[in-house]
Ligand binder design. Sequence first.
Ligand code: PHE
Length: 332
Amino acid sequence: LQEAALNEIKDTSSIEVVESLRVKYLGKKGEITSILKEMGKLSAEERPVIGQVANKVREAIEENISSKKEELKSIEKQKQLAEEVIDVTMPAKPALVGKKHPISQIIDEVSEIFMGMGFSIAQGPEVETVANNFDALNAPKDHPSRDMSDTFYINSELLLRTQTSPVQVRTMKNQEPPIKIVSPGRCFRFDSPDATHSPMFHQIEGLVVGKDITMAQLKGTLNMFVKKLFGEETKTKFRPHNFPFTEPSAEVDVTCFKCNGAGCPMCKGEGWIEILGAGMVHPNVLRNCGIDPEVYSGFAFGMGVDRITMLKYEIDDIRLLFENDMRFLNQF
Ligand code: PHE
């Protein structure tokens, strides 16, 4: 019996078969087990002799089975290792890394230029009071920008800010001059979206208030800024304009950074691109914010971030900036 069992074990090459042999010989109904069960029928002299032999056979079979199992397991493992070769030369899966939205990139770039000139960053809420967005900024009661068709009103006192200028108001009300801030942020106007309009857009506003602040300083600051943003050769042109909150006011054009003022498709052949509104803070605005215009003066400027982003990256449709299409965003 032992020989038959050991031969059978030797000849198998699968763990399942080894297991079935274990059941066959050593299991509850196995051949050895039934022999041991019959022991009671033997005489007192035969019992220890047969018992010893049967136990020896059992031990031998057990030992064989477990060493065979070990052997088969290690063969299987070797096979598995041989199959699971890792090819370290395979190209890795590219890791998807997020990046800054082009608008955030421009906001950071512009903020950094102004911080380099000693400005700090101020922020305000996107839901503003009519008082901060219009009244304190000296907007006449019948100013067209106040119209329901231009402004998103929440109620008669609250609206979605139409410009970042209310941050000027908040800063002046809370801080003694000297003040030197830029405030980037989102603004909202009741515009139907097209290639150049979006009901949500971004501005960066600048404000300087102190003693003897002049228009010359405004020009110098903006000249320095546009050179840093668009290149050293960039020139500015201040055109008289009108804003309720500044007097005098100007719109500021810069020489097209693509053709350096010669005229190209980018600047529609004009050589100039309008990028800023600016002016000396209106005495009424200073007064509305608790600052004495006899003692202090100031200048302010504002620019459309989306427009500057579109110019710098040559994007021809503002809506692309807000669709969050990865194929578009991955280009920046
Ligand atoms: N807030 C103005 C606008 O939205 C821009 C501006 C800011 C003009 C500050 C002058 C001074 O058009």
